[in-house]
Write a protein that binds this ligand. Sequence first.
Ligand code: C2E
Ligand code: MG
Ligand code: MG
Ligand code: MG
Length: 284
Amino acid sequence: LAKEHGHQPFQFYTPALESRASRMLNQEQLLRQSIAHGGFELHYQPQVRCDTGALSGFEALVRWRHPQRGLVSPEEFVALAEARGLITAIDRWVLRRACREACGWYAQGMPRVPVAVNMSAQEFRHSDLASDVAAVLAETGLPAQLLHIELTESTLMHSDAQVQRTLHALQQQGVEMAIDDFGTGYSSLAYLKRHPIHQLKIDRSFITDLTENDDDTAIVTAIVQMAKSLRLRTVAEGVESAAQLAALRALGCDMAQGYHIAPPMPADQVLQWQQDYCHKLQAQ
Ligand code: C2E
Ligand code: MG
Ligand code: MG
Ligand code: MG
């Protein structure tokens, strides 16, 4: 803690610090209990094609059912879970749950579009992700082609032989990989050459002002063009307006995800949403 305060060589132990430390400990304990007792749920956010509007997939986003605070966003607990070595347990739960829920929708007549899950960098380094994925696919019956894994640029920038092996093993199975928050990580693009990647998810920060800001237009144009040359698909994140969707369509971006299409929704609303969306699309 003292380190965070820069030039100060040490910090007196104050009640404020103590309560911060004990708050963290408390959160960690609650998190551990939730992992043991399944205290999470998944919300799903649709992705659609920019040209036709057709549904192209869903991303699974985890929420923590906090005993006092209700549903808590991953923004508030993923960092702690990573720091305490708890993220793999959470992500394995997410993986199994998402595969199972997707199979349930297909069985009820939903088009067989892929489901995407987020994976922290740790899983590629300290766990046998590829064989765990194979086991979950076998157990749930989800075809590998219908599973996408989202990873961040930093996972690939610091990748070693182990990370490369894992990615290739996943690709061998037929699982597709997407780079999340693309454009916010690092300037070197060499990693795109070295790894089996299928999709770039263009970060929301480039989409927010897309229709007013020429720099954002230039960046998104460049990403889409590069992706086309590398035969990667592009997904725009955080699409909040019809104008943004139209701009993305004009730029040749493949897919869009964001509040304009739909916010993340509980699993039991997905089928109804899909049917309503399908009818709306046909009526156009
Ligand atoms: P992400 O993977 O980039 O997910 C997109 C985030 O943007 C989600 O936040 C989503 O709710 C939000 N979002 C979607 N559309 C819009 C929009 O139009 N406008 C705005 N302002 N926001 C939008 P969420 O669900 O809070 O997740 C935050 C991050 O937590 C995710 O970012 C992902 O990095 C991480 N995360 C989520 N689920 C998991 C998981 O199961 N495992 C791990 N390791 N990380 C996860
Ligand atoms: Mg994601
Ligand atoms: Mg993202
Ligand atoms: Mg993002």
